[in-house]
Write a protein that binds this ligand. Structure first.
Ligand SMILES: Nc1ncnc2c1ncn2[C@@H]1O[C@H](COP(=O)(O)OP(=O)(O)OP(=O)(O)O)[C@@H](O)[C@H]1O
Length: 316
């Protein structure tokens, strides 16, 4: 049996529907919060007749290299958090020919897995990776690095850069809340100049306390930041937080958690094909929850799509 990939430019027309050869890249420092999940998924993959090659990362950068160098496989599966997935995406993006991405989510937020609607049970996830269809998503690029879900500068990038890894291990998302409060207490934050270019060539320049460029509509887990954002559309959404100061930052955070962000003053979402962010040189730019660039940065669409093993998109 074969699974037909609907006419994706530059892609092989089919992915084997059985006996797939998968390179599984595992970050052993991720996933302690989901003990047994990887083991059960791997067992189910083996039971389904997949041929698995397992590679464990020993340091940051390994996952990207393993994906870039993958040979004689039908797809590359990232087993880790969003940071590991991001590395694999960058490795796949550097290959001359596209190779599909699969994901075994083992991290804290697993935002891409949520956006793709991946099954949450090991057996169902393994069945998807073993025989499921491929969708073409359109990653973004910040500086020279690809991202699938979001990239941006401001408070959240500062939090991502400084979050305490030990606290993250212990408390998961709680560590981000602690670091956010720490950043707010630390004193005034910079203001950024954001240049947003839309598909018609229109340009708007604004001053903002934070800017998050969304490719997917989820953020920080399952919070909705840009309702119109869609992985499969070659379009960015610039989410602008124009009001500065602690009170505004707290209001924006609460607004996101409560789903009321769109009603808050100074929050705007602009469709875009290119976003430039300028501010203090060297400030961090986060992509998919890790620091992937420094200011000033230009954020645009990746030159080509990325095939991903995933269920058909849910109706929204
Ligand atoms: N063997 C390794 N040792 C140390 N760091 C690694 C290793 N493998 C990958 N990394 C790096 O660890 C970072 C965090 O990984 P990842 O995001 O996958 O897990 P996590 O932090 O548990 O999940 P989440 O991002 O969802 O919180 C990534 O930047 C990745 O590059």
């Amino acid at each position: 049996m074969t699974v037909v990939v609907p006419s994706l430019p530059g892609l092989p027309p089919t992915l084997p529907g059985a006996g797939r050869r998968l390179l599984l890249i595992h970050n052993p420092t991720a996933g302690f919060r989901r003990p047994g999940f990887l083991r059960r998924t791997v067992q189910a993959l083996r039971d389904s007749g997949c041929r698995l090659e397992l590679r464990e990362t020993a340091a940051r950068g390994d996952a990207e290299r393993f994906a870039r160098e993958a040979a004689d496989v039908d797809a590359v599966v990232a087993a880790g958090g969003d940071g590991t997935v991001n590395e694999v995406v960058n490795g796949l993006g550097a290959r001359p020919a596209p190779l599909p991405l699969g994901v075994i989510p083992l991290g804290t937020a697993n935002v891409l897995a949520g956006e793709l609607g991946l099954p949450e049970r090991p057996a169902a996830l393994a069945a998807l990776l073993a025989t499921g269809p491929v969708r073409l998503i359109h990653p973004g690029r910040a500086g020279g690095r690809f991202f699938t879900m979001m990239a941006g500068a401001g408070l959240d990038a500062a939090v991502v850069e400084r979050v305490n890894p030990r606290l993250k291990r212990l408390t998961g998302k709680g560590a981000y809340v602690v670091e956010t409060l720490g950043q707010l207490l630390a004193g005034p934050r910079p203001v950024y100049t954001v240049t947003v270019e839309d598909a018609a060539g229109g340009v708007e320049r604004v001053r903002a306390a934070s800017c998050i460029v969304a490719k997917g509509h989820f953020y920080g887990g399952r919070f909705v930041l840009a309702p119109q954002a869609d992985l499969e559309r070659p379009q960015l959404h610039a989410c602008l937080f124009e009001c500065g100061g602690r009170a505004a930052a707290l209001a924006y955070s609460a607004g996101m958690v409560l789903g009321l962000l769109e009603r808050l003053p100074g929050f705007r979402v602009l469709p875009a094909v290119r976003v430039g962010i300028d501010g203090p040189a060297g400030e961090p730019v986060q992509g998919d929850g890790d620091v992937i660039a420094r200011l000033p940065v230009e954020i645009a669409l990746a030159p080509s799509g990325l095939p991903v093993i995933a269920p058909p998109p849910p109706a929204r």
